[in-house]
Design a binder for this molecule. Sequence first.
Ligand SMILES: O=C(O)C(=O)C[C@]1(C(=O)O)C=C[C@@H](O)C=C1
Length: 297
Amino acid sequence: MMAATETTNSVSEKDAAQLAAIRATIDRLDAEMHERLIERGAAIGTLIRVKGTSRPGAAFRPGREADMMRRLVARHEGALPLWTVEHIWREIITTFTRMQAPFDVAYDAGTPGPGSTAHGDAMRDVARFLFGFTVALHRQQGALDTINHIRESGTDLGVVALAQPAAAGAWWRALGRPAGPRIIALAPFIAVAGRPAEMPALVIAPELADPTPPDLALFAVTALAPEASRAIRAASGTVMAEAGRELLVALPAATSVANLSARAGFDDVAQIGALSRGIAIGDIAVDHVLYQSVAGA
Ligand SMILES: O=C(O)C(=O)C[C@]1(C(=O)O)C=C[C@@H](O)C=C1
């Protein structure tokens, strides 16, 4: 009896010593991460001086962010969910972008009607996942109100659901006017089974000064001929949304749009943004024009 108790005590003492050592490691790692974040803040202070960003919201570099996310996916390993790391970096990037030039975020909460609560909740999750909790969110009724908010604010970004009710029509025609809002990114950027905030959406921003060449250019086109979709696919492009003859088309950035328009019978072609291709991990159903696939973990 005595011996058994002694054994239990000595095992729990060993456990306690081990736990204390693990917690000391965790505390050291936490302190290191915090120090690195403070150091990152100081680097951004220098970047602000060099970059000289003065226009609010204009500090975003979506192409660079896409590169950062690709490197994050490439170096990731272990049990930590990839989307946790992605979200931590989204919070970091938003916070540091806001230090350079302040902005809020508008989100398309859908138009009142059946399913609008679920739509609104899902889009709020997308907005919080992408931009964290340092931004104020402005709830909007649908895609057009979101775009109008971005235009009127002159500073704010927004998220719009890719799937819209038929009543939304060709909402993307409101984009791309000179110096007007345009599509800058795809959400989710990392498509992986089980992730939160998985509602397909587009990030829209006032005109930016991002020197990174995008993978895909986005156009609003009116398809005059029935073979338009086939011609778009043959040009390695994709139709992201359609409303009657109005299409939202993504094409590889090097595509000659004038030639394709003549071949495919497009009218009223307007560039409405650009994208970096996302990353699809493992066996997940995605549009392979919009996502580059990599093997699952
Ligand atoms: O590299 C820049 O130009 C930055 O503004 C820095 C930073 C970042 O925090 O890493 C912030 C915003 C940009 O969208 C991309 C990167």
